[in-house]
Write a protein that binds this ligand. Sequence first.
Ligand SMILES: Cc1cc2nc3c(=O)[nH]c(=O)nc-3n(C[C@H](O)[C@H](O)[C@H](O)COP(=O)(O)OP(=O)(O)OC[C@H]3O[C@@H](n4cnc5c(N)ncnc54)[C@H](O)[C@@H]3O)c2cc1C
Length: 377
Amino acid sequence: MSEGDVAVVGGGIAGLLLAYNLRSEATVFEAGTFGSRGRRCPGIISADTLERLPGALKYAQQFYDSLSFIIPELSLRAEVYSKRPFACKINRAWHEEWLSSELENRGVKLVSRTRVDNVKPVEKSVKVSWSKGERFYRAVVLAEGYPPVLSKKLGLAQPADARIGLFTSAHLRGECETNRLQVVYSPRMLKGFSWLAPLDERRAVVGVVTEVGSDAFETLTNSKKMFTKVGVDMELVGEPRGGYVLRGYTRTLGRGRVFAFGDAANMVKSLSGGGLYGISVAAKPVALMVDAVASGDAPSREVTREVRKILIRLYKGFLLAKRFDSALQTIPPLGVKLDSKVHRLEYDLHEVSLAQILTGVRKLTLKFPQSRIQERN
Ligand SMILES: Cc1cc2nc3c(=O)[nH]c(=O)nc-3n(C[C@H](O)[C@H](O)[C@H](O)COP(=O)(O)OP(=O)(O)OC[C@H]3O[C@@H](n4cnc5c(N)ncnc54)[C@H](O)[C@@H]3O)c2cc1C
């Protein structure tokens, strides 16, 4: 049986972006069709993440330079005005389609409608099996999303708090600032948060992230009522879409010749569940690690250190999200409206963005238990 360089299991954004950064010959196996996964995600990303995602600028639909952040339990409303756009909405499905065709042009083999059933490390290679065949590879990346079936089997998956994310289109009926993202964060009432991203004067996308077990459709309707209270009149239209939105962290992405990447490894910003930040910052260094392993070398120290830094940052975001939610259970209502002007809202970095949102101070340091972070990594 012949041996290939690298197999990537899963053709969502994590698998595609990792393959895009690989130098080795790669094959991407996708259980469904390429590009279809992006339909489950509205694609709200920071301006920095947009820059890191090859080809994504073409699929940007709207940019945001202000944010309303409302916490009903605290009767707190913060308005943040950023001098430069800090976030945008991209069309995820079109971007993934573009990325797939770009990979094909570069000679990456894309195999659709093929579910990988098993991945087994054997001596100096890894056996990948699917219903109609099997092949040995020098390295394998599991970018299978959530739930991480193969990664779990190989001891690479970490426990994650999965929440339900649901979103739909909305027709706006009154005035609404088109460049303003709105977030209602309510652990008690919504068991999570809801958000509104206008596309133009008439259209928006609205969504919720809530606990598994609560009625996400009802939460979506409730969030519409909440937005009406703060002055946005709209009608929900279209079929709601969604999936699992994660909160979690990972200690390691690789074991021997097998790596986990993306949602399969909980590489998310825990406060929001946004996955594209982690995937976009880590795709290059992780691809370098995979290339090294595929060519029989050990990954360089620099690249290992860089990946470690990214994982620590995501872990800090996880701790902060947990603390933020538990603090909201005990803080009494503040009854305040805050206005902050910042140079650029740090949409990807939880601790900095929360500080900017709540205080308007550009750099406020929140303390983390460093020793525990080092221990865990
Ligand atoms: C409702 C919702 C809203 C979100 N909003 C945002 C947002 O605004 N911004 C943001 O940054 N993130 C957002 N996210 C998170 C983001 O969508 C994910 O982090 C990201 O899509 C994860 O990409 P992935 O490639 O790791 O996983 P996926 O997109 O799940 O892709 C995994 C792929 O692997 C395939 N697969 C699985 N098992 C196998 C197998 N055995 N063999 C072959 N193929 C397999 C699947 O078919 C799938 O195509 C949202 C998620 C949801 C659900």
